[in-house]
Design a protein around this ligand. Structure first.
Ligand code: UDP
Length: 323
């Protein structure tokens, strides 16, 4: 298929683009490099650098079988401070993309949605029919896009799938997580191991969980990429399906740090810090719908494996940055 990958210079987008190229698809990556990296665009992709709202039309005019839409702003804290960046960068830009797809009759869309659309869960594990009550503009912007996609599918025949990611982690060889401002737990802990940071801060040790630290559901980025490929082939015209993607098992912040200690052999000092605003105590996905309807079978669910792949990438990244 000829596929357009928006945000293909970012973490999840670059890994998915690499999988698509390996499978023989013809891939065009669009990225403005605001947070992505030019050298993260996999070999074999055509690269279009630019503002998605501007370049989507001309790119889709050349013909495409589908769009995988990763390009987005994704920092919860920033979304609270600067909501305009999320309403404009996520919602307005995606509306422009949807219009370009409609104009050029692009038949399929796979959209990167998020567990943040649910907000504080009323029941765990979280299924797709859980109430959506985002607690920050980031989650609200992704939910607004999900609603727009549903109406485009119903009215214009788009074949659409939204994938609601839980905590994406791990790496795919040379493709991994490298944010200028890192906020995610596993890369932060690994920055302590590479000497880029002195200690990790644990945001709250008084949560209502067995060891007092927050519990999250970590999904390997390669399992996530597999789900995108399945979503692409299962997408049905006129339908918008939503799937939660996680491993279905929760690990506490302490368990993650302990796993990082075992994998890296580094003592990884950890310090207690206040709770981070907006953090729910427990987020664990039910991915039963993705298993039943897409036939998705995550195979890299072992947290030590996830951390080991992220660690291998972190070492490559620091070696590259030093030289
Ligand atoms: N966390 C932490 N210290 C850090 C970064 C994150 O204790 O330096 C915690 C955070 O409060 C949350 C969990 O680790 O409970 C996962 O956070 P992350 O930012 O990786 O993902 P989120 O669940 O917010 O999407």
């Amino acid at each position: 298929m000829r596929l357009v990958v928006t945000g293909g210079a970012g973490y999840v987008g670059s890994v998915c683009a690499a999988h698509l190229v390996d499978l023989g698809h013809d891939v065009v990556v669009i990225d403005d490099l605001s947070t992505g990296h030019r050298d993260a665009v996999p070999d074999g992709c055509r690269f279009v650098e630019g503002d998605l709202a501007e370049v989507a039309g001309p790119t889709l005019a050349e013909g495409a079988d589908g769009v995988l839409h990763f390009a987005a702003r994704s920092l919860v804290g920033e979304s609270v401070q600067h909501p305009e960046r999320y309403w404009h960068g996520n919602v307005v830009t995606t509306l422009r993309l949807l219009e370009a797809m409609r104009e050029h009759r692009t038949p399929r869309l796979v959209f990167s949605s998020t567990a943040a659309t649910y907000g504080e869960p009323t029941r765990v594990p979280i299924s797709e029919d859980a109430p959506t009550a985002p607690t920050n503009p980031y989650g609200a912007s992704k939910l607004a896009i999900d609603h727009a996609i549903s109406s485009y599918a119903a009215a214009h025949g788009l074949a659409a799938v939204s994938l609601r990611y839980f905590n994406v982690a791990g790496a795919h060889g040379g493709f991994g997580e490298r944010h200028t401002v890192e906020t995610h737990l596993i890369p932060i802990v690994l920055q302590v191991a590479t000497g880029e940071r002195e200690a990790v801060q644990i945001y709250g040790e008084d949560w209502p969980t067995p060891d007092g630290t927050c519990i999250r559901d970590y999904i390997h980025v390669d399992d996530l990429a597999d789900a995108h490929l399945l979503a692409l082939t299962h997408a049905t015209p006129g339908t918008h399906r939503v799937y939660n993607l996680g491993s279905g098992t929760g690990f506490s912040v302490r368990e993650v740090i302990d796993t990082c200690r075992a994998v890296t052999g580094h003592p990884l000092p950890a310090r207690s810090a206040p709770r981070r605003a907006g953090d729910p105590a427990v987020l664990v996905a039910s991915s039963q719908r993705a298993r039943d309807e897409l036939g998705w079978r995550p195979s890299r669910t072992d947290i030590a494996r996830i951390v080991a792949d992220a660690w291998e990438f972190a070492q490559r990244r620091t070696a590259l940055e030093v030289h």
